[in-house]
Design a protein around this ligand. Structure first.
Ligand code: ZN
Length: 507
């Protein structure tokens, strides 16, 4: 039931709409910085980002927001707790309480450091020299400690950082979940890696970037990308950003010797974009239109990249599309070989290129390192060696240098500490959501074999995307699947797929 209008509710919504607009401007600055901006623009851009953050922070924490909330809360308490108005008041209260604890100067310092840190990381990675990045990382950690000190209601300091990416997630919950996952994955990777014979990358060859772009566009246009509302541009690190449901921008990178890089990263970013495009139009520029949780977002990208994208039925369709575009390179590949090739398990150095099975081990390592770094159990100077040791013990891989090790990801450069675990949460949720979709949509595999994603896209929109930020990721998982976050569905799904691909011994 929609609540009866309260005169102050419209005033609150107006303030929130303005904040949503500022956040859209921030998204545009980020998109431009990563696709168009000449490298020399970074100093000016850092100031622009800090100024934008300062204005947003003033608006988020304006005393009038507090006054309106205090006035609206008794009214909202009488409404159906699940109606949009009641949810909006709760979400705005939560954001307000978080934001007003952080002094404006600190918020602006963090925004500037994030921008400059990314720059330092980029230089360090191209020079392959961790020393060029260590001061920026120390500075990020100092600022995060100052940030955490603004709060008092937490179990572990790292929980404050986690909460910015995944609401209410705690380290005490994450650690047992991740140890259970590690205990299941390590032997699975070992038996799959030892079962492999004559492995080769079926998508290796010569693929000109222009042809790759045409091919991946052909694929995603079949899935729901349209020129009226979407863009695809090249960037050093693929990402997706939306200016509301009508303007969705995804990026990718092209490796001319390996089609899999652009293909699967575009499927991944398409999943993020589809989520943004599917949020109920009525939630545009409202408190319920924003980002609910990175884990939930990642469940959507990983579903399109892997759960759908690397499934046997969809792989068959995908191969048929690619063969038309690349007859010389792919004409001789059969569907079973393709399916097997794109699911092959091989411990490797780079997280974003890791196969689906080993991928989470990369995330578990980073989560462990950054939480220890933050706790002070590990120093910044010890980080590169700890990273290399972790790669060796978890994946059996030797790291040759910093660029292929500790410096490979942008996150620590951009100050994103507490972000990595959401990738694995996304993988866990994707397996749980997809299992439910299969129960709800008989014949789904046959659809996918024809490249027909109409029903699954609709299912995702109705059950997940449309709700925007109305429900937390936990609530949504419970509503859709009746379950809490679990390790078993992901492990069961991987085991079944690897067995079907003859990458695991049957039985
Ligand atoms: Zn993603």
């Amino acid at each position: 039931m929609a609540g009866t209008a309260h005169p102050s509710y419209a005033a609150l919504c107006e303030r929130i709409a303005e904040l949503a607009d500022l956040s859209a401007i921030g998204g545009l600055l980020f998109w431009d910085r990563s696709t168009m901006m000449p490298a020399g623009g970074s100093d000016t851009r850092a100031h622009a980002c800090a100024a934008l953050e300062r204005v947003s922070h003033q608006k988020r924490t304006h005393p009038e927001v507090g006054r309106l909330l205090a006035e609206l809360e008794p009214w909202a308490a009488e409404l159906d707790p699940d109606c949009d108005e009641a949810r909006t008041v709760r979400v705005v209260r939560r954001d307000f309480e978080k934001a007003r604890r952080v002094p404006e100067d600190l918020a602006a310092d963090i925004a500037r450091a994030d921008s400059l840190g990314e720059d330092a990381w980029m230089k360090a990675r191209s020079a392959n020299d961790f020393n060029l990045f260590r001061d920026a990382l120390s500075h990020h950690l100092d600022l995060r400690h100052r940030y955490v000190a603004c709060f008092d209601d937490f179990e572990h300091p790292y929980d404050v950082l986690l909460d910015d990416f995944e609401q209410d997630l705690r380290l005490s919950e994450l650690r047992p979940l991740f140890s259970e996952l590690q205990a299941a994955l390590v032997p699975l990777v070992a038996s799959a890696a030892s079962a492999g014979t004559a492995r080769r990358n079926v998508l290796a060859g010569t693929f000109p970037a222009g042809d790759q772009r045409a091919a991946v566009l052909e694929v995603v246009k079949q899935l729901g990308f349209d020129d009226e509302h979407w863009r695809l541009d090249p960037s050093a690190h693929p990402f997706a950003v939306a200016q509301g449901p009508q303007d969705v921008r995804v990026t990718t990178m092209y490796d001319e010797s390996d089609l899999s890089v652009s293909l699967y990263s575009v499927l991944h970013e398409f999943g993020h974009g589809l989520y943004e495009a599917g949020v109920a139009p009525a939630y545009s520029r409202t408190a319920l239109g924003g980002l609910v949780s990175l884990g939930l977002h990642e469940s959507q990208s990983r579903m399109w990249e892997n759960v759908i994208g690397r499934s046997r039925p969809f792989s068959g369709w995908l191969l048929s599309v690619l063969q038309k575009r690349f007859p010389e390179q792919l004409g001789a590949v059969d569907a079973d070989t393709f399916f097997r090739g794109v699911n092959d398990v091989e411990p490797s150095l780079i997280r974003i290129f890791a196969d689906e099975t080993t991928y989470n081990l990369h995330v578990l390592l980073r989560t462990d390192l950054e939480s220890r770094l933050f706790e002070g159990q590990l120093t910044v100077d010890e980080l590169p060696a700890a990273f290399d040791d972790g790669m060796h013990s978890l994946l059996g891989v030797e790291v040759p240098d910093a660029a292929h090790g500790v410096l490979q990801d942008i996150h620590w450069g951009a100050g994103l500490i507490g972000y990595f675990p959401t990738y694995t949460l996304g993988n866990l949720m994707a397996a749980q959501f997809f299992a439910q979709a299969e129960r709800d949509l008989p014949g789904l595999q046959e659809d996918l074999a024809r490249g027909d994603v109409g029903r699954i896209r609709q299912w995702l929109r109705e059950n997940i995307h449309a709700h925007g930020r109305k429900y937390s990721s936990r609530e949504l998982l419970r509503r859709v699947t009746g379950e809490e976050l679990r390790v078993d569905p992901l492990i069961g799904y991987l085991r079944d797929k690897l067995t079907a691909a003859t990458l695991l011994p049957a039985g």
